[in-house]
Design a protein around this ligand. Structure first.
Ligand SMILES: O=C(O)C1=C[C@@H](OP(=O)(O)O)[C@@H](O)[C@H](O)C1
Ligand SMILES: C=C(OP(=O)(O)O)C(=O)O
Length: 440
């Protein structure tokens, strides 16, 4: 459990690059692992969550290796020809790996056991069990619908039409991945649009899928069984990782930082919109497309932020960025109110409760509401920071650790975080990168 105190820093300057997008990295390994032939992935995030997906895909029969130039070479096992894993699949801390690979197992005639760490073992899986059971899979989970769980897949599975009861790209993707090996048309209806990396990348790998709109809802129709052809994937930088630097540079006076190659898919870019509404100075340079995704270099300069009421409609497009936004709000002038964040309670930790406690410990004025936080900002003055001997509980949650690390940069006493190890799940080089950016 490496604790660390993040202390007040000088301005963040220069040009940095954040690692590859976690959501896209998972999918690149999965779909390359299902294609027939060899794919190459550049810019893959080499974080623990993504490595858990790689290990699982190897158990399913894909051959996956890192090349000397840092790219990854994947020889697919071929959809429908997967091997049955010889041991349980250890998903570590990763909800995305678990839920998407449960979809894969559901339409293959094999038995897979999924396990995970203490955080993942508390997260709800009924949301994927329900549609996958409709498709014919038999799933036995611990009471409460959590890991460890066993999936007995069915081939051929049954195509379904499934309307998502919650806005979740993981549930959508689990059903679409199960549909790949399912004859017929599987439809997913999304009342609220969530990240669409699965749809974009599956089309790139040659799956037949149509996306459209009916009565204001998104409808995705996937034709199985799919033949996936190998391809080269270039993974853009992760906007969820960039968010920590967008907030850090916004709250530390004198900062002028460029974050190169950040993915700006509209289903992910809500944090940029919300920070701009607070008065952040963020410009987009060199907009382009990388790997079928919109990308730009983001230049962020310190600004005097003001509190806002965050529109709940923006929530799905910045779901993982709320811990970072809460830190921006704690340094802003006036009050920020957030609502509609029920999903935050079932992430790696209860991010509403854990951030309320963490920010209060660092001296911020925070009120927890049913499904959000109300934060009264300092108006730009540094937070007091944690007291001697007190440290923020990160609860196995990488985003809590990084967000509170950023809060430390704008604090008088510094912010001590009890455990920085979870950061490696999504951003192994976060601390050195932060130190480099703030010491120029
Ligand atoms: O599909 C994905 O890659 C993800 C979807 C989101 O989860 P939900 O689907 O549970 O909202 C997000 O929080 C997670 O970090 C990654
Ligand atoms: C919620 C997250 O990831 P996952 O659901 O894959 O554990 C996250 O990275 O913030």
């Amino acid at each position: 459990m490496p604790a660390k105190t993040f202390i007040a820093s000088g301005p963040l300057k220069g040009r940095i690059q954040v690692p590859g997008d976690k959501s896209i990295s998972h999918r690149a390994l999965m779909f390359a692992g299902l294609a027939v032939g060899t794919s190459r992935i550049t810019g893959l995030l080499e974080g623990e969550d993504v490595l858990a997906t790689a290990a699982a895909m190897r158990q399913f029969g894909a051959s996956i290796a890192r090349e000397d130039d840092g790219s990854w070479r994947v020889e697919g096992a071929g959809l429908g020809s997967l091997l049955e894993p010889r041991t349980h699949l250890d998903m570590g801390n990763s909800g995305t790996s678990t839920r998407l690979l449960m979809g894969l197992a559901a339409s293959h005639a094999m038995t897979c056991v999924f396990t995970g760490d203490a955080s993942l073992s508390g997260r709800p899986m009924n949301r994927v069990i329900a549609p996958l059971a409709q498709m014919g899979a038999q799933i036995e989970a611990a009471s409460g619908g959590t890991l460890p769980l066993m999936v007995r897949g069915l081939t051929p599975a049954v195509p379904i039409t499934y309307r998502l009861p919650i806005a979740s790209a993981q549930v959508k993707s689990a059903v679409l991945i199960a549909a790949l090996n399912t004859p017929g048309i599987t439809r997913v209806i999304e009342p609220v649009a969530t990240r669409d990396h699965t749809e974009r990348m599956l089309a790139g790998f040659g799956a037949r899928l149509e996306t459209g709109e009916e009565n204001g809802e998104r409808v995705i129709a996937l034709h199985g069984e799919a033949d996936l052809a190998p391809m080269d994937v270039c993974v853009p930088g992760d906007p969820s990782s960039a968010a920590f630097f967008l907030v850090a540079a916004s709250i530390v006076p004198g900062s002028d930082l460029t974050i190169a190659n950040v993915g700006l898919n509209p289903t992910r870019a809500g944090i940029v919109t919300a920070l701009r509404q607070m008065g952040a100075d963020i410009t987009e340079d060199n907009p382009r497309e990388v790997g079928g995704e919109p990308v730009a270099d983001l230049r962020v300069r310190h600004a005097n932020l003001a509190g806002i009421d965050v529109d709940p409609a923006i929530v799905p497009s910045m779901i993982d960025e709320f811990p970072a936004l809460f830190v921006a709000a704690a340094l802003a002038r006036g009050t920020t109110r957030t609502s509609g964040l029920a999903e935050l309670r079932v992430k790696e930790s209860d991010r509403i409760a854990v951030m309320a406690r963490a920010l209060a410990l660092a001296g911020a004025r925070v009120e927890e509401t049913e499904n959000g936080l109300t934060i009264h900002g300092t108006g730009g003055d540094p937070l007091p920071g944690t007291r001697e001997g007190a440290s923020v509980a990160t609860e196995l949650d990488h985003r809590i650790a990084m967000s509170m690390g950023v809060a430390g940069l704008a604090s008088t006493r510094g912010v001590q975080v009890d455990d920085t190890a979870p950061i490696a799940t999504s951003f192994p080089d976060f601390i050195p990168l932060l130190e480099r950016a703030s010491s120029r």
